[in-house]
Design a protein around this ligand. Structure first.
Ligand code: PSV
Ligand code: MN
Length: 409
């Protein structure tokens, strides 16, 4: 406490007057692990093209190196999420991946099967009307469990790209049955200590129906499958105007909130840097999670980023995203919940909202700086730390462009 600057002292005193323990807030921020997406450090773009970055990661080994550098400046992200098809090893073995990650102070987090990048998936994968394609998808799921085991991961992140483009194209109820049957193959293959998180998305790549179109469908499937299946909320996967924080609160209440893909959007699945376009949404989502935690609900959630850095340097975009997440989370932790309880009991709408807004409008940077000091980081500004470290220059000179894009044209 002695070396905290004046701003930190003022904030801590203010929080104490509201019965909020600043040390607990800092600890919570230090404990918030956000998985770094392997697919975001490679070259990725839009369907129209990709602006290539000098030094972009090409292999899973490069990606681990990049994520380890991100972890160096953040201190809270020692986990890399993997997308199997974009992270293949030459020999199909993944124990060396786990070992390499460990040697860099990292581990592999959520493993994402991929049943959307291939000619055979024209009519879908596990929902395809073609039996051989469904069987191929099932085999891939089972192999992903093996890969997860070898990499030391306990979570499979499922996104089903399946859907149809035209009314009459396929029998929708039959597709629902194929969906369940395929997910059940994956579910049954999981080890007892593994989990599956099922993502939903209203449209894209198909535009008439999506087989897992919303949280209701995802929850329905997870309920039928069992306790090891939970819903994954990707912030970009909602139609305009949908209230995501309410969905999160319902899923938490039902013990079905399994994971997040953080990103930001203005229109659709824009995959922009988390917390840039809609910072209030991020804050109010965290409010629901913190509320649930304080009320003793299960908040064991896997947090991940799922973004595409088209114009900004990828690693900086990722670092900045985690910083924005930390800011939102800290703000959600400093809500004066005692006062809010009373104002809600009094049906004092204005005061209740004002209490929320007071937290949102509070500058929590001094607390975050203290948390970063306590983590032993060499700089309290992770972006500056990254820039000073010279990593971008190093990889630009060492890595030859292989011409491959992870996503996009
Ligand atoms: C689909 O848009 C998605 O959100 C899924 O999570 C995929 O795995 C990922 O994007 C690919 O970037
Ligand atoms: Mn996603």
């Amino acid at each position: 406490m002695n070396n905290l600057n004046e701003k930190q002292k003022i904030l801590i005193d203010d929080l104490a007057s509201k019965n909020i323990d600043a040390a607990a807030v800092k600890q919570a921020v230090k404990d918030l692990v956000v998985e770094l997406p392997s697919w975001a450090v490679g070259n990725s773009g839009t369907r129209y093209g990709t602006f290539r970055d000098k030094g972009a990661a090409r292999t899973i080994w490069d990606k681990i190196d990049d994520c380890a550098e991100i972890q160096r400046v953040l201190g809270t992200c020692p986990v890399m999420a993997s997308h199997v098809l974009w992270d293949v090893t030459d020999d199909g073995q993944y124990t060396p991946v786990r070992e390499y990650a460990q040697s860099k102070g990292m581990r592999i987090g959520t493993v994402h099967p991929n049943t959307f990048a291939g000619q055979e998936f024209r009519y879908g994968s596990l929902c395809s009307p073609i039996k051989a394609v469904r069987e191929q998808s099932h085999a891939h799921f089972i192999d992903c469990v093996r890969i997860a085991r070898e990499m030391g991961s306990k979570v499979i992140g499922m996104w089903i790209a399946d859907g149809t483009n035209y009314p009459g194209q396929d029998n929708l109820r039959e597709r629902k049955h194929r969906l369940y049957d395929g997910l059940k193959v994956l579910y049954d293959a999981l080890d007892d200590d593994m989990q599956m998180v099922l993502e939903y998305k209203p449209f894209e790549p198909f535009f008439y129906t999506a087989d897992v179109q919303d949280w209701g469908m995802s929850k329905l499937m997870c309920d039928k499958l069992g306790d090891k299946a939970k819903v994954l909320v990707d912030l970009g996967h909602h139609l305009a105007g949908v209230n995501i924080e309410q969905i999160v609160s319902i899923l938490l209440d039902e013990n079905k909130m399994g994971g997040f893909h953080f990103n930001n959007r203005r229109y659709a699945d824009d995959d922009l840097i988390t917390g840039t376009v809609k910072p209030f949404e991020l804050f109010i989502i965290f409010k629901e999670i913190v509320d649930a935690k304080y009320e003793g609900l299960n908040t064991d959630i896997t947090y991940m980023l799922d973004q595409s850095h088209n114009i900004e340097p990828s690693l900086e975009g990722i670092i900045y995203s985690v910083m924005n997440i930390q800011t939102s989370y800290a703000k959600s932790l400093i809500i004066d919940r005692d006062a809010l309880k009373i104002s809600q009991q009094d049906n004092d709408t204005i005061l209740s909202n004002k209490i929320i807004m007071d937290a949102f409008n509070t500058d929590v940077e001094p607390l975050l700086a203290a948390a970063r000091q306590e983590l032993g980081l060499s700089h309290i500004d992770p972006i500056q730390n990254y820039r000073d470290g010279g990593w971008a220059k190093k990889i630009a000179s060492e890595r030859e462009d292989d011409g491959i894009n992870t996503l996009g044209g």
